[in-house]
Every structure is written in C-alpha cells, then in structure tokens.
Design a binder for this molecule. Structure first.
Ligand code: HEM
Length: 450
C-alpha cells in the first residue's frame, strides 16, 4: 500500500493489507466497507481524503481496540456538538461523569420510566391522528419515530417536558445529526453536500438554546430524583466546583443525541423489518394477543414478550444504529499483528461483525429466532455488539430496550405500519445508520378489540 510514513526498519510488523483508494458508492456507501473487510480480512487499511484509515472488523481485533481506551482514544467527531460530554470525554473526567450518571441507568431505575414511555407512545399516536397520518397518507417513519422517542428521553432523563417546542427540537436534532455525518464521517464525507453547513449551524444554535432553556428552568426548581438534578449536584473532578452550565449542557446534549437519535433509529428499522416480514409480524401479533390482549405492557409483561425482544435484538443485528465506532491510535501500535501508525483513524465496523457470513448463517435474512434463548450458544463471542463493548459500552442500553418493548407493542396493537415502496431501503453510514430519504410508510388501523 503506497503511503509516505516513517516506518523504522526494526519494526517487523507490516501495515494492514488494503487498497490504495476506494471508489465511493453513492447508492450504497456501505458496499465498499463490506468489500474491503471481506477481501482483506479483520484489519484493512486504505486512504481517504482524511488520511490513512484502518477498518477493524474481526471480533478479537474489535475487542482489542474497544477494550483499550488508553491506546485507542475516541475520535472526536462529535465534540463540536456534545463538547466534553460522557460520549466524548476520556480518562478521569469521563470516569467521574460515568460514575455520576450511572445510577440513573441501572436496570431497576430505568424500569421506573415505563409509565413515561407508555404515555409518550400514546401521545405520539394521538398526534398522528391530529396530523391526519392515520387516514392512509404516507409519512416518513424515521421522522415519526423521533417523535415517539424524544418525549420519552426528555422526560425520563431530564424530568421535564418541552411540549410546545418538541417539533423544533426534533428538527434541530435531525439537522445537527446530518451535519455531524458530513463533518464526522471520513469515509464518505464526499457524498454529503457542503451546502448543509449553514442550515446545520443554525440548527446547532437552536439546539443549544433549547437545552439551555431547560437547564435554566430546572436549575431553579426543587431538586428531584432525575438526571438533571444529579448533574446539578455533581462536582467537576478537577476543581471540585459544581458543574458549569456548559458542562451540564454537554451532558444533556450527549444524552439527547446518544439516546434519542439511536433509539428512534432502532424503532424505525424495527418497523421496517416487521413490515417486510409478514411471518414475523404475525408471530408478534400472536404474542401481543396472548400476553397483552390490547393493554399497554406492564413490567411483568415485558418479561414475557420474548418474541418482541428477539425482534428488537435481530433488528439491532441487521441494522445496528451505531454501525461503527471510530478511534484514534494515541501512539504507534499494533492490532491483529499489523502496524498501526500513530494518529491513525480506526473504524471498528459493528455492522460487518453483525453481517459477516463467517459468524451468521444467512446473515442478511431477518430471523428473530437467532436470539431465542435456546440458540444463544450459537452466537460467537464478541460478534454481536450493538451497544459497543469495553469501558465505554452504552450506558443507556436498558433504557433503549425498554423503550422498544413498550413502544412497539403499543403502536403495533393499534396500527399496522405498511411500506409504501417495494424497493428496499438502503442503509447509509451517517453517524447513525439511516436511509437517506427516510422510509415512506402508511398506517392501517387494526380492528378494534371487543
Ligand atoms: C438502540 C439504542 C442505542 C444504541 C444502538 C446505542 C449504542 C451505543 C454504543 C455503540 C456506544 C459505545 C460508544 C463508544 O464506544 O464510543 C454507546 C455509548 C453511550 N450511549 Fe448508547 N446507544 C443506544 C441508546 C442509548 C440511550 C437510550 C442512552 C441514554 C439515555 C445512551 C447513552 C449513551 C452514552 C452516554 C454513551 C457513552 C458511554 C461512555 O462512554 O461511558 N445510549 N451507545
């Protein structure tokens, strides 16, 4: 691989095998990633306009990178948006913030959000009626799943409701994520138009304004048992001072983007997969009928909705919302027996782990049964990591799963979500995995239960 760098002669390790350049595929930008990983193996290198980049797709190699944040630091592509929030910070500051936030995300605590999640799903469906979406007109599933997930994230995590400005915050979040994709994705940056910048900057300004509004409003209200109150009570590990407005803003932006965006993407793909697989849809309806009989799920029901859980797990396999995690080598290093020059950008490709025929039988087929408890032993170690692995593993995974387990049956018992187009949606590797134009669907009301 032609590359100008100083490799000292005594270092015997070779650079990862790879390609000189990679042809971008605008229709299916994931295709070149897949091709490279399959052709060159678990560690492969290539040039992008951002410099030398290494794709890490082997289970053991991904593990090595993600379990060693002291060697492979997170790529700071989100810093512009979430500053030094939990998703971007490192070292002692990260550790202190993670310790501070953790109690809000324990499974038992998260379960107390069930009611909020159920109410958010009901309110979203009421809004669909008000907007005329239940009359058979097509709408964008991606956008509407953001509307389902956002109020639940906000109220559960921040203990507040933004009511009138929900649409604005949704729009701003959406635009900001698009901008982040443009800035932060070195592989396919060329596929995004530079004209998105001014729109995204104003979205970011609005996003900040909305968040600071929540902070100021809540700072003066009495302390509650919510995430924001935890942040108000938190201390900067370096100075011992209370967290500044800016630090609190960064943590909130992190939770909103880390939590809301990803969860709405999971819900979107879950509906897409259900709508594309009638036999799965049928089994889900049988389960909901047997366990719920038209009710909203209680926590005990959630335990019994095993096929719903498997459907979500399979969705996260085939369409992991975070398709890859970017890291930067702090010093000269090695992974899987290959030389990794200092400062190299590494992308651990979760999606390739999840779709590789090496690990999965018929990997592109949507088959929730893979996650049946009886089949768990067939899933090789470290090949299914939708929530990451290692010290930075997702703090909100119980939250996201509970949200799915509540929202999917509640919506599904009332409506069928039907695809408008027979053409498959092609996932694009923005920061989260989304199809570029959203997914057009319409609703069919399910028969009223007597
Ligand atoms: C389906 C939904 C979700 C997916 C697929 C997902 C995925 C991930 C992944 C892959 C990571 C690892 C990042 C890394 O190693 O750099 C992560 C970290 C994180 N996630 Fe999630 N996430 C989801 C939902 C949530 C929710 C609901 C929240 C909060 C309410 C959340 C908050 C976070 C935070 C704060 C981190 C950083 C943890 C740390 O560095 O200590 N996520 N998530």
């Amino acid at each position: 691989m032609a590359r100008s760098m100083d490799i000292q002669p005594e270092k015997a390790l070779p650079l990862p095998p790879g390609a000189e350049t990679v042809e971008a595929d605008e229709e299916n930008p994931l295709a070149p990633i897949e091709k490279l990983c399959r052709k060159y193996g678990p560690v492969t290198g290539f040039q992008t306009r951002f410099g030398y980049t290494v794709l890490v797709s082997g289970a053991a190699e991904v593990r090595e990178v993600l379990f060693n944040p002291g060697r492979f630091k997170r790529f700071e592509n989100l810093r512009l948006l979430i500053g030094n929030g939990l998703l971007q910070s490192e070292g002692p500051y990260w550790r202190a913030q993670r310790r501070l936030a953790q109690p809000r995300f324990h499974q038992k605590t998260v379960e107390t959000y069930r009611e909020i999640m159920a109410r958010a799903a009901t309110e979203a469906m009421t809004a669909w009626e008000a907007k005329g979406l239940t009359d058979g007109g097509p709408f964008d599933l991606a956008r509407e799943m953001m509307n389902v997930a956002l109020p639940a994230s906000l109220e559960s995590v921040l203990g507040t409701r933004i009511e009138s400005r929900t649409e604005e915050l949704n729009q701003a979040t959406f635009d900001v994520m698009y901008y982040m994709a443009f800035l932060g994705n070195p592989l396919f940056a060329a596929a995004f138009g530079a004209d998105s910048t001014p729109r995204a900057r104003s979205a970011m300004k609005l996003f900040d304004e909305l968040i600071m509004d929540i902070v100021h409003r809540q700072r003066n209200s009495e302390a509650k048992d919510d995430f924001l109150s935890l942040l108000f009570a938190g201390r900067d590990p370096d100075t011992g001072e209370p967290l500044s407005d800016e630090q609190i803003r960064d943590e909130i932006a992190t939770i909103l983007l880390g939590g809301h965006e990803t969860t709405s993407v999971m819900l979107m793909w879950a509906w897409y997969c259900i709508a594309s697989n009638p036999e799965v849809e049928q089994r889900l309806h049988q389960e909901w009928e047997a366990v719920l009989g038209g009710r909203e799920p209680t926590l005990e029901d959630v335990e019994r909705l095993t096929y719903t859980r498997m459907t979500l797990q399979e969705t996260l396999r085939l369409y992991p919302p975070i398709w890859g995690l970017a890291r930067r080598a702090l010093g000269e290093d090695s992974v899987g027996g290959y030389l990794i020059p200092k400062e190299t950008l590494l992308i651990t490709t979760i999606i390739e782990l999840h779709r590789s025929p090496e690990h999965w039988d018929e990997p592109l087929r949507f088959r929730p049964e893979r996650f049946d408890d009886g089949n768990a032993a067939d899933i090789p170690k470290d090949t299914y990591i939708p929530f990451g692995e290692g010290p930075h593993t997702c703090i909100g995974k119980h939250f996201a799963m509970l949200e799915g387990m509540i929202a999917i049956p509640m919506i599904g018992q009332r409506y069928r979500i039907v695809r408008e187009s027979a053409k498959d949606a092609v996932p694009h590797p923005y920061i989260t995995l989304r199809p570029p134009g959203g997914i057009a669907v319409h609703l069919e009301r399910r028969p009223e239960r007597r």
